[in-house]
Design a protein around this ligand. Sequence first.
Ligand SMILES: C[S@@+](CC[C@H](N)C(=O)[O-])C[C@H]1O[C@@H](n2cnc3c(N)ncnc32)[C@H](O)[C@@H]1O
Length: 250
Amino acid sequence: MENNPIFKIFESFPRQGPGDDEHTEKAFSLIAEPPKGGGEILDVGCGKGVQTMALARLCPSCRIIATDIHQPFLDAVDEKIAAGGYSGRIKTVRASMDDLPFKEESFDIIWAEGCSFIMGFENAVRYWKKFLKPGGYMMISDLFWFTENPSAEAWEFFAEIDPTIMIEEKGFEIIRNAGFELAGSFRLPPRVWVESYYGIVKGELGNLLEKFKDNEGALMIIEGLEKQIEIFEKYHEEYGYTYTVMRKPL
Ligand SMILES: C[S@@+](CC[C@H](N)C(=O)[O-])C[C@H]1O[C@@H](n2cnc3c(N)ncnc32)[C@H](O)[C@@H]1O
């Protein structure tokens, strides 16, 4: 999997998915009782760690473990840790999100921006729950449909790349059925998709096409990204990222 050119392509971007500090902070504000005297945060699928650093600023007393499957992303996080003087309280651990090397009930907060789709939203909600302390919070942001009747072109596009995408309300139901209280949710505004992600991807497309001109697999992924942006420009009212914050009961 590590040889999948998708990782190499995504190394070119500052973030590996849409989002920004403002919305990490907004999601964090839905945690009614953030740890004050120290707490443990697990950042799953951290990519290059933009949200990891935001979490470190939002919770100055917390220790954070940032995990990802791709070591070069973790190396980028380690550079940020060193540059920001965070080595005492943030560490990186290479781990697959569906096989986490931690004890049950270890974390006050589990954070997962834009990555639960990799193991499936429901699997993620249910599997990660056991790593949370009772009363702990989990934040997952991922892609949901905002309408029961999406346009055929958008539906067909996602049916091919990720047929598991569900309507937002179904996501809330999964959270409740897994035994969580839903503390709150909001949608990421389309402008943030453009500013934090698609605008940057678009600007890099020329370089990427040149860099990977002899790599057929990479070229298919780059074409897919171009198509993804086109679909988003047309249909962003119909789907997007929803941030969900849930609490494991005491
Ligand atoms: C869409 S990116 C989101 C990254 C980051 N949270 C952000 O919002 O910028 C998904 C991340 O999941 C990581 N990933 C992919 N498969 C994984 C796995 N099995 N276990 C852990 N992380 C994985 C990727 O390397 C990537 O960093």
